[in-house]
Design a protein around this ligand. Structure first.
Ligand SMILES: O=C(O)CCC(=O)C(=O)O
Length: 267
């Protein structure tokens, strides 16, 4: 992959409460991502794409131990030799007495699972805390030698978590989301802020469409370490493509030495 990384972000609609439908929708979108245009190095998909936010039925419809998702995405990655940051899915856990986590996975080109992290901050405005179990570990991983991190949706409101991932070396932050109207300005501003303050790429894949009264605006985005928007989708279902140059992270970190200038003993 050298320093360049080709990205394909699948900004898809999700049918809340219907995992079979969502697996059926995801399959052709993944195929399009690798077969149309330049083959990407990394595909990224949104948050909770298997179930959507049918939280009242989440224990019933979640993927037991993430097994279906793992098999589905891993075999796709292996077949096409592509990395996939597999968004997040609702996964039920026998170890949590059937409790459900909002879990992100990543797979390498050989289909190997290289990351697993569950959303740490549950979003009370949508009652997540009443139905889901919170994750306990940050999502730091390596993607073909590139230090990376993942933060799911609401987690991006917590700059300490992004900073921790950056201090642990992350140069690219992947953000799977289901971020709705009317908070488009929060979404765009927070993604740019996390990129600027941590001098890293932010690759954010949001869903589009509607669930009940909630409208999701899409606007999946790739932001560079200088805070410039490299690519941004509109509100429709689409595959957003971008190519990033990871050398820019070191260059920007050299230009304004934020990490060297930190004074953590004071805060
Ligand atoms: O923080 C927000 O405004 C949106 C968060 C959200 O929708 C989520 O975490 O699912």
């Amino acid at each position: 992959m050298n320093n360049r990384m080709k990205l394909a972000l699948i900004q898809m609609d999700i049918h809340a409460g219907h995992p079979d439908d969502n697996f059926e929708r995801m399959a052709p979108l993944l195929e399009r991502a690798v077969n149309e245009g330049d083959k990407p190095d990394v595909i990224v998909v949104p948050e909770m794409w298997n179930t959507g936010y049918d939280l009242a039925r989440i224990r019933e419809i979640a993927d037991p131990e993430g097994a279906r998702t793992i098999e589905f995405v891993s075999s796709f990655s292996r077949k096409h030799g592509v990395n996939v940051v597999a968004g997040s899915v609702a996964a039920s856990r026998a170890a949590l007495g059937g409790g459900v986590t909002n879990t992100a996975y990543a797979f390498d080109r050989a289909g190997g699972r290289i990351a697993e992290y569950a959303k740490i901050h549950l979003f009370k405005l949508m009652d997540e805390h009443l139905h889901l179990e919170a994750g306990e570990r940050p999502g730091r991983f390596e993607l073909e030698g590139v230090p990376a991190g993942a933060m799911i949706c609401y987690d991006i409101r917590f700059p300490e978590l992004a900073r921790k991932l950056a201090l642990d070396g992350a140069k690219v932050l992947f953000v799977p989301a289901e971020w709705p109207h009317p908070r488009l300005h929060h979404w765009r501003t927070l993604l740019q802020a996390r990129a600027i303050e941590n001098q890293m790429y932010v690759v954010a894949c949001n869903r589009c469409g509607a669930s009940g009264d909630t409208q999701f605006f899409g606007h999946s985005m790739v932001v560079d370490p200088w805070g410039e928007i490299v690519a941004e989708a509109g509100e429709e279902e689409t595959i957003l493509r971008a190519e990033i140059d990871l050398a820019l992270t070191d260059e920007v970190r050299g230009r304004i030495p934020v990490f060297a200038d930190r004074r953590p003993t004071l805060y």
